[in-house]
Design a protein around this ligand. Structure first.
Ligand code: ZN
Length: 140
């Protein structure tokens, strides 16, 4: 596999000067090592650029927990980008319970359902969960 990457190569192969993306690329290489997965240069570049747009602490925590998570059946050795983004979002929610982060099924916590040809807007599950978490946080 010629596009497999070693940590020492990461800095050399990247054209971007974005240090956050570089730091993330290094973490992703380590994640690959932890999960015994080969990461292509293209994937590494794309993933690190996308993840660099998110809060670095949440990205770090998400990659860390993914590298410790046991691989489930049929799960690719290296997580795909949506899985990574989801993990970062989950970390963000954990770290920032006060801030609402909508899931990929809704827009700002609102979902639209068609019932008997009519469209209804309702709160998404993620919004309900957030509301409960916030209420619980207030009690303690
Ligand atoms: Zn949602």
């Amino acid at each position: 596999m010629e596009d497999e990457l070693f940590p020492e190569q990461v800095g050399m192969n990247r054209h971007s000067k974005n240090s956050a993306a570089d730091a993330i690329a290094e973490m992703l290489v380590e994640l690959g090592a932890a999960r015994q997965a080969a990461v292509s240069v293209i994937a590494l570049d794309l993933y690190s650029r996308e993840l660099a747009k998110l809060p670095i602490e949440a990205v770090k925590a998400a990659i860390h927990s993914l590298s410790l998570a046991k691989r489930r059946d049929f799960e690719p050795a290296f997580p795909d980008l949506p899985t990574l983004l989801e993990a970062v979002e989950a970390e963000e929610r954990k770290r920032n319970p006060g801030r609402f982060v909508s899931c990929d099924k809704c827009t700002n916590g609102i979902v639209f359902r068609i019932i008997k040809g009519e469209q209804f807007a309702g709160h998404c599950e993620c919004f309900e969960t957030w509301k409960q978490a916030r209420a619980a946080a207030r009690v303690t």
